[in-house]
Design a protein around this ligand. Sequence first.
Ligand code: SF4
Length: 409
Amino acid sequence: MLELLTAAGCKQVPWGERADIYLVNTCTVTNIADKKSRNMIRRAIGQNPDGVVCVCGCLAQKERQKLLDELGVSAVIGTEDRCGIVRIVRDCLAGKHVNAVRDIAAAREFEALGVKTSGELTRGYIKIQEGCGNFCSYCIIPYVRGPVRSRPAESILGEARALAEGGVREVVLTGIHISSYGQDGGESLLAMLGGLAQVKGVVRIRLGSMEPPVFTEGFARALSGIKKVCPHFHVSLQSGSAGVLLRMNRKYTPGEYKGFLRNIRKYYDAPAITTDVITGFPGETEEEFLETARFVQDAGFARLHVFPYSEREGTPAAKMGGRVPPDVRKARAKQLAEMGETLLNRYRDQFAGTKQLVLFEQERGGHSYGYTDRYVRVRAAGGYAGQMKKVLLAAAHGAIMEATIIEGE
Ligand code: SF4
């Protein structure tokens, strides 16, 4: 949207400087996200009460009328029709109030809102799909993002080429539920990845969060044949208890999840497998929590992201009995987060003394910072931003591994 507005003659100014047009991109994933989004809208209105305030994203999708009536915003744009931002802003400048929110459940096409430049030096993010049909019982996303829509492969490759021409070397594929790419017909995740690997200048492809069941043995084998795909997979677990997973409406059991990890490890050497876990889901007993803790301990994750369960109005889980007190949710989250620290250190330390390729992204204070393909953060003396170098890793220094350059690209 920024690129479209800039092309139409707008100039971006820093937050805090009075602007004529405000664009607030909202989130509604938790009740707290709603509150933060509303605060940001109020701050924008407060900065220039005569300005145009357009609100887009998930909160606008869910609460269009409230935002127009109660907060008096100029326009609401949901999770579609962001391509129309210039037209919508023009209408607002002419004094109209615009409701551009569409019925998202009826959406069938991916809205390709590609970018030509990346905000980062070497890494670019490409969105490959929208929507989710999984309806996990705690999640609001399917209601505000609609059904799965896959972006045509040619459009993804076109964006990758443009980013690579601008200096991007690593592309990160994002979406709401990227493992469902192609389920709406016409496209195939593996075929698209194969095409992406051919794009000149792209040396790494990193996958965003994947739902566990995608990792069948056949998929893991085929994926491992696309060498530019990094051995770094975010596979959301959410719980290691069969009972909790069932109540969450997740589509696997703990035993099946272990099988998916085995499939990945069969084809990848020391892959970085990272995950999300929710603690204190409705009805989670102490024993169910301990099942999760044991599962996490055994699974050999490289990194854990732990979230205490937070009720989301409008989801089935928010109406479930067996509410776990917030302090218990937090205490369980803390226990798992501590376990996550140990797992992270153990995973990282195995690379001390090994040679790795690092894509350096930043320079600061005479050092360059970058990541290995397994997303281990590395620091080396000298200026190498934008370059891929072979390094020898030494011991970890806090969260970063020290490295010595041993070769060029
Ligand atoms: S798969 Fe992810 S986005 Fe879809 S409903 Fe479940 S948690 Fe939400």
